[in-house]
Design a protein around this ligand. Sequence first.
Ligand code: NI
Length: 252
Amino acid sequence: MFIDTHCHLSIEDYDDIDKVIKENRSAGISKIIISGCTKETIKESVDLSNKYDDVFVTIGYHPSEASKTSLEDLKYLENFLSSDKVVGIGEIGLDYHYGKEDKKLQISLFEAQLKIAEKYKMPIVIHSRDATEDTINILKKYSLIGDIHCFSGSVETAKVYVKMGYYLGIGGVVTFKNSNLYKVVEEIGIEHILLETDSPYLAPVPLRGSKNSSKNIPIIAEKISEILNIGINKVSEVTSYNASKLFDLNNN
Ligand code: NI
């Protein structure tokens, strides 16, 4: 059984969510953690997690929301944290690929949410794009644990995060021909890896370009098992253990 530690599930992307959940179950996906990372999807995601036993949720404002997120919106976020199915804060972080012009706002939103994570003792899910140095320097100021979602950096960067106690979220990109992520997987090993799809985005090869879904997790696991030369059952066992430990899923 597999756990998809990071995906998005919204009626905006999927007409029939019941069907998606059923397909996940038949593909051996025991749990999924969906991310509500805008004001609109926070409530929608929490509602979905309350509807389905195997759906958990992390919530937090994505860096792309930096210019429109107010203090009241942070209060709004905090209101949902007492729900049993909310297992972390995220995805939060920095995106200098799309948002160079509002760096300062992104950093203050990021830090405000790291403080919330500290206050509620919750793990975090990090989005960092073209912002490795700032992300690492900011995370060093807090004693938090979490997931570097959709990790795409170098082996050196991977080692820094692992040393800080973070897990690396590995998804469909590992199956892309031009990706160097296999080097990271080889070097870091299964003990620090979480499986994720980031669906509806980043479908793995051979489905690249189509709408992704958690049911594709076994394709990613298969690729990792090839890279590490271990059985797919081992990949499933260790990554599920990592996810359950980080997000405390067994108590839910
Ligand atoms: Ni995402």
